[in-house]
Ligand binder design. Structure first.
Ligand code: PHE
Length: 450
């Protein structure tokens, strides 16, 4: 097999943006951001998260773009092509493929919850409940067997899309979706801001109490920055390998980052006013958003109609993200291992299904499971924490070292400034951050956390 198989590319500029934004914007913004911010003290978490987005997220995103577009290769092939005599860099690819499948597993559980709520909402059953009822409704659902069914179903839907290939599946799905979701979020946000708990909710989210900052908050915010931008696992690198050469990288990165932050902020402004109006606990964790959203639909006029629409959009937004995490492994299997696309998709989805079912069971039959000598084991939490807070930042650190120090500096500059746009002025700053800030900062946070 030749080293550079004929590469399929995204066909339009809108397709490029829609695909990367579609990957970035998803449950990470609407489900994970509010629950992480809630657990980690609100405003203090938000400030550190945004700081990390700019100091770590933007440069690593640009680096992944540059590596992917310059080689048009998958996350393992890319490093092999650039440094054929340094097999060490394979590790980035291995971390990437592994964490892609790990995230796909637990993410599909949450995406499955959105499917359940979509159908409940269609029956008109999401609205009109008290806070206590919402709580018991949700825990009844998660402790039963239906989440397992939804996880499997969601992965099957994901399979049907990815098997059709990059242009047909990924690009089309992403083109309409993200803008529509953002409009809906904005509408709900305005509604939340009229609630009696709006002031408390906004204060919780936007007034940082710096005494709240602990190592756990810092590592959580760093993990969220990487997770939310789909960074550190070669997901954006793989997508960039499908970019046509005339894609402006820094501008595309800027658009992705701005829309990603905006979606997270809107989700926060949507959720926290309701949390304080209805007396939910912000510290609730992964289940927070699913208990709070129905309260919103009960309150909003025409909520019974909005609810199914919203959960359906959330499901689609999850899908554009899971498509991108599946693609990391698929690109590697098809390009490097000569596996057919159909088989590659089947392998990735099958592994994710086994792990995903284990994650779904963490809320029900396997809740509180413990192993002798180790203590309590929650597979969902282990998958979420290990991938987001450890593997992604580790991958991001290696990618920044590679782009900043191993890659020919002229190659990196050229990638970041071709074609020239107004954003090209940022290139020197990005190179500086990649060389001196990202690796050191991530390392320091890791060490401090030990
Ligand atoms: N960024 C996605 C989200 O916010 C999640 C994701 C993580 C996607 C890693 C791809 C890779 O929902």
């Amino acid at each position: 097999m030749s080293e550079k198989p004929k590469q399929q590319l995204f066909t339009t500029r809108l397709g490029v943006i829609a695909a990367t934004v579609g990957s970035a914007v998803g449950l990470g913004n609407i489900w994970r951001f509010p629950y992480e911010a809630g657990v980690h003290g609100g405003g203090a978490f938000l400030v550190i998260y945004i700081l990390f987005i700019f100091l770590l997220g933007v440069p690593v995103l640009c680096a992944e773009f540059a590596l992917g577009r310059s080689t048009h290769m998958n996350v393992l092939g890319c490093f092999r092509q650039l440094k054929p005599r340094q097999p060490f860099w394979k590790i980035v690819g291995i971390i990437g493929v592994a964490s892609g499948v790990m995230i796909l597993s637990f993410y599909s559980v949450i995406a499955g919850w959105t499917l359940e709520y979509f159908f409940v909402a269609l029956r008109g059953d999401v609205t009109g409940h008290t806070t206590a009822e919402l709580h018991s409704m949700f825990s009844e659902f998660t402790t039963g067997w239906r989440p397992v069914m939804w996880t499997v179903l969601f992965l099957l839907v994901n399979y049907c899309v990815i098997v059709r290939g990059v242009q047909k599946g990924v690009e089309k799905a992403a083109n309409i979706l993200t803008p529509a979701l953002m409009v809906l979020l904005a509408v709900f946000c305005i509604n939340s801001l009229t609630m009696s708990g709006a002031a408390d909710g906004l204060a919780f989210l936007f007034k940082p109490d710096f005494s709240q900052i602990t190592p756990a908050v810092v590592i959580g915010a760093m993990g969220q920055a990487f997770f939310s931008l789909s960074l550190g696992l070669g997901c954006m690198l793989t997508y960039a390998s499908y970019f046509p050469d005339e894609t402006p990288l820094v501008r595309s990165a800027a658009v992705t980052v701005v829309l990603d932050i905006l979606t997270a902020l809107m989700a926060g402004m949507l959720i926290f006013p309701v949390v304080f109006t209805y007396g939910f606990s912000p510290q609730e964790g992964p289940t927070l958003v699913f208990e709070v959203l129905p309260a919103i639909f009960t309150q909003i006029s025409g909520g019974a109609l909005w609810a199914p629409l919203f959960f359906f959009m959330l499901f689609l937004a999850s899908l554009t993200s899971t498509i991108s995490m599946s693609e990391i492994g698929i690109a590697w299997l098809t390009q490097d291992r000569g596996v057919s696309r159909g088989k590659a998709c089947a392998v990735i989805i099958a592994i994710a299904m086994v792990c995903g079912v284990a994650c779904a069971l963490s809320f029900s039959y396997w809740a509180g499971m413990s192993l002798p000598g180790i203590g309590e084991i929650n597979i969902f939490n282990i998958f979420d924490y290990t991938s987001s807070n450890i593997l992604l930042p580790l991958g991001g650190m290696l990618i920044s070292i590679f782009a900043g120090w191993m890659l020919d500096r002229n190659v990196l500059r050229r990638e970041l400034t071709t074609p020239v746009t107004a954003f090209a002025v940022l290139a020197p700053a990005i190179v500086f951050l990649l060389r001196y800030v990202c690796p050191v900062m991530i390392l320091v946070i890791f060490v401090a956390n030990l």
